[in-house]
Design a protein around this ligand. Structure first.
Ligand code: NAP
Length: 245
């Protein structure tokens, strides 16, 4: 049950966030630490940023390419007794399907979706043993509604939703919850590459009339990770300013 405090604390919990060197992952790690969690900052190439953030949060940083099964398994093992796993690492390789290379397809599926399989598989047994755990996987509004030029990305993000709902069914009886946060448009390096017209069109279709700050995604993750969401599993929480309505 949730505590009587204003927000459920994550004190005493170990939280691992993948792709936490920058952008949304960085905000998620910061938010979980602010809620009391001991945080492990997962990163692939952003070593300096990850080490700096870990020092700031009093946590640790671990390098791993989560698209590799071996690296993902090692990441979970090195992190230790993980209570909260946030699969946030992701990338885009946009292009029309007719011209999409095998490499652009595989890189996106491996990084965004297979990574979630690898880390969840590795964390499941220890979480089952202690009959407790919370997993939050970061999808996208694109995984729900699709998007022009993003068949690979949409497939990976839709896959995360089906995967997480299935996992929630498998693990519910062990008191392990698995949920999805599906952000709309957030200003990060991932979206910096989009043409200005695409950004303007997205904002126009968003009832709240703006893009999100990474911290607004982090708030939803903190909620789902904590005991404030103790009876929520298999849920997809759209954090998109109304874009997907
Ligand atoms: P970002 O600024 O580009 O950051 C991506 C993060 O993922 C980086 O920390 C990067 O690590 C890490 N990463 C990429 N490939 C990796 C790999 N193979 N192994 C480990 N880490 C890897 O992107 P963002 O906007 O914060 O996106 C974070 C998540 O939110 C992604 O899953 C994205 O699909 C999702 N999302 C974003 C938006 C948006 O509008 N920005 C909307 C919906 C969903 P290094 O830099 O250390 O390599």
């Amino acid at each position: 049950m949730a505590s009587s405090a204003q927000f459920a604390t994550l004190e005493g919990k170990l939280a691992l966030v993948t792709g936490a060197s920058r952008g949304i992952g960085r905000a998620i790690a910061t938010g979980l630490a602010a809620a009391g969690a001991d945080v492990v900052v997962g990163y692939r190439s952003g070593k300096d940023e990850a080490l700096e953030l870990a020092a700031e949060l009093g946590g640790r940083a671990i390098q791993a390419d989560v698209s590799s099964a071996d690296d993902a398994k090692r990441l979970i093992e090195e992190a230790g007794d993980v209570d909260v796993l946030v699969n946030n690492a992701g990338l885009t390789r946009d292009g029309l399907l007719a011209r999409m290379s095998d490499d652009d397809w595989r890189t996106v599926i491996d990084t965004n979706l297979s990574s979630v399989f690898f880390t969840c598989r590795a964390v499941t047994r220890p979480m089952m043993k202690k009959r407790s755990g919370s997993i939050v996987n970061i999808s996208s509004v694109v995984g729900v509604h699709g998007n022009w030029g993003q068949t690979n990305y949409a497939a990976s993000k839709a896959g995360i939703i089906g995967f997480t709902k299935s996992l929630a069914r498998e693990l519910g009886s062990r008191n392990i919850r698995a949920n999805v946060v599906a952000p709309g448009y957030v200003k990060t390096q991932l979206t910096d590459v989009l043409p200005e017209e695409a950004t303007a069109a997205m904002i126009q279709n968003t009832p709240l009339g703006r893009v999100a700050e990474p911290e607004e995604i982090a708030g939803a993750v903190r909620f789902l990770a904590s005991n404030d969401a103790s009876f929520i599993t298999g849920e997809v929480l759209l954090v998109d300013g109304g874009l997907g309505m």
